[in-house]
Design a protein around this ligand. Structure first.
Ligand code: ZN
Length: 509
């Protein structure tokens, strides 16, 4: 082995150690059954579950960023993840809707919080009553997300919530009382070569809310048997969630069960169900809650959180039509550094996300500006001159965010050029520059060759107010236009010949 090789492998070892040190745990929800769940599991049949009725549950989305507003989980990512959340709960006949606008919070300490206690502080300061409060952050106390019962809210790590992740469904499962199928194994690595104990001890002191500062919390959980003899008491207390001892992220095989073989205390081999959203199996394995988990979540809403069920008719119809962009399109030339984007109204859409980008690929690194509006227009200001921009929209409503982007369109801002830059025009005179409504505006110009020439009146957003003329000019040309129906304001007259544009500013009093 060469010296260089030794250096390289040492370096690689250092890197991998670093990565391990920064590894996040999938979930930091306190691994403990709530009093409500304990009572429910004693007599689940005594709790109403509302049959097959769809239950609509409001969610407040808090988008946390740094002090300077960086690091937000992007709107398209929120919409895509919220769509996945509703798909994950469709079998449960529970659907979520976005309550109010997204709540943007600029606070670096909350955005990157290493301690649950800081997350607690963030939640208590910002929670909206009677909704499931979800905080999307950049560091979630070293985890992919957690539900904090003492603050009645959940935190989601932004990078762990995108790209088809089921983390949101997992944490809302916790929020609605359900625990991990491996309850008790949190922080206890399973070892196939050691006899499996009948009880596991687990310490969830680190998950404590701030008001337990001096208390160490240690609890025990029965280890669940394959034979289902203790399934109502062991682990999560549900009999239709099979045994699972895997408390760190794991992958599944082609049958959707753990690659890791496990042995119960009776030495019976089994593999864990990777499909359960409440397991730590990877997103690719996840796909369902069990009927008992679903029954508990529905009963929890109806008995413990009935105040959440105040709106059972949210706007959640699917948006099926493709968005149509109206203006500006086809690389239209905009005479100023502001523009009014407009698009067609879409059935079932109540909100539109728009974005303006420097590239037609809409690479997030080249995002210029973005926002959400309720109508079909958006004002964009402070653009650069002589620059091509691309824009697109994504429609959604409070209950259906399974949206898609429109096709991209483009426009170019033009810097006003001197009239001498229009080849062939020798002189141009527009007067008066300041005129009262109803007064005539005069235009005179001289060309030294035959030129196709058109003039249009624009407002300062670059919108066409009215055409003035469109003709072929050879030599001296003059015309006048009556400004009868033009409201007071500042306007631009754009003179265009072939590719060249010249703007003259006028004011109507
Ligand atoms: Zn969890």
């Amino acid at each position: 082995m060469s010296l260089l090789r030794i250096f390289t492998s040492t370096f690689a070892l250092l890197i991998s150690t670093l990565i391990i040190a920064q590894d996040i745990i999938p979930c930091a929800t306190p691994p403990v059954k709530s009093d409500w769940l304990k009572a429910y599991q004693k007599m689940p049949d005594n709790y109403a579950k509302a049959g097959d009725t769809t239950l609509y549950v409001p969610v407040t989305i808090h988008v946390v960023g740094t002090d300077v507003g960086a690091g937000y989980f992007s709107v398209p990512e929120i919409l895509e993840s919220f769509c996945v959340l509703n798909e994950d709960f469709s079998e449960s006949n529970m659907q979520f809707f976005i309550e109010g606008e997204f709540n943007y919070i600029d606070n670096t300490a909350w955005y990157n919080h290493a301690q649950i206690a800081t997350g607690y502080e963030m939640m208590i300061a910002n929670n909206i009553p009677n909704t499931i409060n979800c905080y999307i952050v950049g560091t979630a106390a070293g985890s992919g997300g957690y539900n904090l019962p003492s603050a009645n809210a959940i935190a989601l790590l932004n990078s762990n919530t995108a790209n088809g992740s089921h983390t949101w469904a997992h944490e809302i499962g916790h929020n609605l009382s359900v625990q991990h199928p491996f309850l008790g194994w949190e922080g206890n690595p399973y070892n196939y070569n050691s006899p499996t104990p009948t009880e596991v001890y687990y310490n969830y002191t680190e998950f404590k809310p701030i008001f337990y500062t001096d208390t160490i919390i240690i609890d025990t959980a029965l280890v669940e048997y394959v034979a289902r003899t203790n399934c109502y008491e062991a682990a999560d207390g549900f009999c239709d969630t099979p045994p699972d001892y895997l408390a760190s992220g794991w992958g599944c095989n082609g049958d959707g069960v753990s690659i890791q073989l496990q042995k119960d205390p009776d030495d019976v081999d089994f593999r864990s169900d990777g499909g359960n959203f409440m397991s730590y199996a990877t997103n690719a394995c996840n796909g369902h809650f069990t009927p008992e988990q679903i029954a508990a979540m529905r009963a929890n809403l109806l008995s413990e959180k009935p105040d959440y069920l105040y709106n059972q008719n949210p706007q959640n119809a699917t948006i099926t039509d493709a968005p149509v962009l109206v203006s500006p399109i086809d690389n239209e030339s905009i005479p100023v550094n502001s523009v009014n984007l407009s698009w067609e109204n879409l059935p079932n859409a109540t909100h539109y996300y728009y974005e303006v980008n420097r590239l037609s690929s809409f690479s997030s690194a080249f995002l210029v500006t973005s926002g959400i509006v309720n109508g079909t227009t958006a004002e964009i200001e402070d653009l650069l001159l002589n620059t091509t921009y691309h824009w697109r929209i994504m429609p959604f409503n409070e209950g259906n965010s399974c949206a898609f982007f429109s096709e991209g369109e483009s426009f170019t801002t033009d810097e006003a050029v001197g009239v001498e830059q229009i080849e062939g025009v020798e002189a141009l005179n527009v007067y008066p520059n300041l005129l009262t409504s109803g007064q005539s505006l005069y235009i005179e110009l001289i060309t030294n060759q035959s030129l196709p020439l058109q003039a249009n009146l624009y407002n300062l957003k670059g919108q066409l107010v009215q055409p003035i003329f469109n003709t072929n000019v050879n030599g001296v040309f003059s015309t006048s236009i009556q400004m009868d129906n033009v409201p007071a304001g500042m306007y631009l007259i754009g003179f265009q010949s072939n590719e060249n544009v010249f703007y003259e500013k006028i004011i109507i009093m």
